[in-house]
Design a protein around this ligand. Structure first.
Ligand code: HEM
Length: 255
């Protein structure tokens, strides 16, 4: 093989060719981010069903396990949804890595640049990088647990995980990361695809409003799981699954 062919194959040719690939990858990154952010909004509401009581959370959990359609719960259905989310998460992370500073020197240059500019959106981007990096690890651990043990989702299982297994600090950090990362991401998407038709000031206010709403909802949810985990720690340790009130009543009256 000639050296010229080698150079061309390695993409080192001087000949500059216009490529649509970077724009396509950018669009894919935006779309996967949008999917994940909207998924998270849904996720926060589903998980917050515990605020309406153990029966409400049990009903939502069983809905995703197909109980209301097939008359029997299939937790692996949840694993299928988790697998799809993992796939999008991996694609999003791979595309995001392209934009990370790749060595300490680049990182220092970027940080110095951001500090000297004092430009709010550039600083937000930096936080986006930090929180995204931390989520590689924390979100992966959570997703793995949901993928492999979907049958443990429920009022006793989820509450016990938070309190008895002591995972609440983990969830607290993940909650902060995902709320900031998600809302900054959506704000950046709006600026990128809607600007100049939307006012940046308005978008910023909306972003902080959404972050505050989901943080309050998330913290209340976390507290509710911790309380249930504390109140029913023996049930969790005995491997008991929650029985909804109507089934408890049916059992009582059958006696
Ligand atoms: C289909 C995928 C997912 C499922 C089925 C799922 C399910 C759950 C469940 C059942 C809980 C309650 C606690 C527990 O049982 O451990 C929970 C909590 C939580 N999940 Fe997920 N999750 C998924 C994806 C994600 C992702 C991608 C993230 C973030 C990157 C995330 C972040 C959180 C956070 C922060 C909490 C705590 C919520 C709070 O305190 O309000 N989850 N999740």
């Amino acid at each position: 093989m000639s050296s010229e062919t080698l150079i061309i194959q390695a993409g080192l040719s001087e000949r500059s060719r216009k490529s649509r690939l970077p724009a396509r990858l950018d669009l894919l990154q935006s779309l996967s981010g949008l999917f994940l952010a909207l998924f998270m909004w849904g996720h926060m509401f589903f998980v917050a069903s515990i605020l309406l009581g153990k029966d409400a959370m049990w009903t939502i959990t069983k809905f995703f396990e197909g109980y209301h359609f097939f008359g029997k719960a299939y937790p692996w259905l949840v694993s299928v949804v988790v697998a799809v989310v993992i796939a999008v998460f991996v694609v999003h992370a791979m595309l995001a890595v392209r934009k990370f500073p790749i060595n300490y020197r680049q990182f220092r240059v970027f940080r110095a640049h951001a500090k000297s500019m004092r430009h709010g959106d550039t600083t937000l981007w930096m936080w986006q990088v930090y929180s995204g990096f931390a989520m590689f690890f924390l979100a992966s651990a959570h997703l793995y647990q949901m993928l492999v043990w979907p049958q443990d989702i429920g009022p006793f299982g989820s509450g016990g995980r938070m309190w008895v297994d002591g995972l609440w600090p983990f969830y607290l950090v993940l909650l902060l990361l995902v709320e900031f990362h998600g809302s900054i991401g959506l704000y950046r998407l709006a600026v990128k695809w809607c600007w100049p038709n939307c006012s940046r000031e308005f978008l910023k206010k909306l972003k902080w409003g959404i972050t505050a709403f989901f943080l309050v909802l998330g913290l209340a949810t976390l507290g509710a799981y911790m309380k249930i985990g504390y109140d029913y720690q023996e049930n969790y340790k005995n491997g008991e699954r929650y029985t909804p009130t109507w089934a408890q009543q049916a059992e009582e009256s059958a006696k």
